[in-house]
Design a binder for this molecule. Structure first.
Ligand code: G4P
Length: 288
């Protein structure tokens, strides 16, 4: 799903999330493990107004696990509790209700001290389009999907999903917009498929990806397309275009006169990359 965000949409999205914040105890902020900062909403701190938050790095199966570890340390240093998951298989997701409770420990302990039996933790999943919100909701809901019915203040049609006995989840996630101002962010989101690359020029997106992968994942790229030499200077566009042409030739993307069809090569390359043919990779690291 691609949403074209305009200021009006952003205001509405923000208002919808802030209405839901009144109903919940904990926010589950879903980020793409391959690009946790670029898949983060630029105004998230302001929007959440101090609501306790669990950082969840999703699509870990597609990300470079060594870099994901760096991100875990990065978020921990920021003072967050963070969990790494693959919502498509459910890997790591079982920890979420327990960690949501850890976030509320002080409040829960006070209730217990007063003799109050704490109720299930109420949570809301938020994140940019395509980050895996619906997949995670379905995964947490599992087969025992038990809808607990409408509650006062909940928009009509919005329901609570029971996640075991410890957590209740609002069934509609909060949809946030990514950071559009930074062109590199746009490219990273397009490379991973978070935004449709039709919005950006396909050759530019592929160029961005080939340049990045030649620099940081050369062995994977080389193996996939049987390439010869790693560029020595990534700032020279011709060196990167040379790699793209090599890929095009290997895949038979040739136009009359024997020239490489760069547009066709770019589409093919991005399709293969998104289909996981190059193996796992991350698009950003906290260290560079
Ligand atoms: P959203 O609600 O945040 O918009 O995202 P959604 O759950 O619809 O997930 C977007 C795509 O990402 C889906 O692929 C989904 O299967 C995939 N996905 C979600 N979590 C994971 C994960 O942990 N690992 C992997 N590998 N994929 C995940 P899709 O329906 O096939 O869409 P598309 O790939 O055709 O765009």
């Amino acid at each position: 799903m691609t949403i074209q965000w305009f200021p009006g949409h952003m205001t509405r999205a923000r208002r919808q999330i802030q209405d839901k914040l009144k109903l919940i105890d904990v926010v589950i902020e879903l980020l793409d493990a391959r690009l946790p900062l670029s898949s983060r909403n630029p105004m998230i701190d302001e929007i959440l107004q101090g609501k306790p938050r669990l950082i969840v790095l999703n699509k870990a199966d597609l990300a470079d696990s060594a870099i994901t570890k760096q991100w875990v340390d990065f978020f921990k240093k920021e003072g967050h509790i963070v969990v790494v998951i693959d919502a498509s298989t459910g890997q790591g997701t079982k920890e979420i209700p327990m960690l949501a409770k850890v976030l509320l420990k002080e409040k829960i302990d006070k209730q217990i001290a007063k003799g109050i039996n704490p109720r299930a933790v109420r949570a809301l999943i938020v994140g940019i389009p395509n980050v895996g919100k619906s997949t995670l909701i379905n995964r947490l809901a599992g087969r025992n999907i038990a809808i607990t019915g409408d509650r006062p203040g909940v928009t009509k049609g919005q329901q609570w999903i029971k996640v075991g006995t410890e957590m209740e989840l609002l069934d509609t996630p909060g949809i946030l917009w990514p950071k559009f101002e930074d062109q590199n962010v746009g490219y990273k989101l397009a490379v991973t498929g978070a935004i449709k690359h039709e919005i950006l020029n396909v050759e530019d997106v592929a160029f961005f990806a080939v340049k990045y992968l030649s620099q940081f994942y050369w062995e994977q790229l080389k193996e996939r397309y049987d390439l010869k030499e790693q560029p020595t200077n990534f700032e020279i566009p011709d060196e990167v275009v040379g790699i793209m042409e090599d890929i095009g030739r290997k895949r038979g993307c040739i136009i009359s006169g024997g020239r490489v069809d760069l547009e066709k090569t770019s589409s093919l390359f991005l399709r293969e990359l998104r289909a996981g043919k190059m193996g796992s990779y991350s698009m950003e690291s906290p260290l560079y």
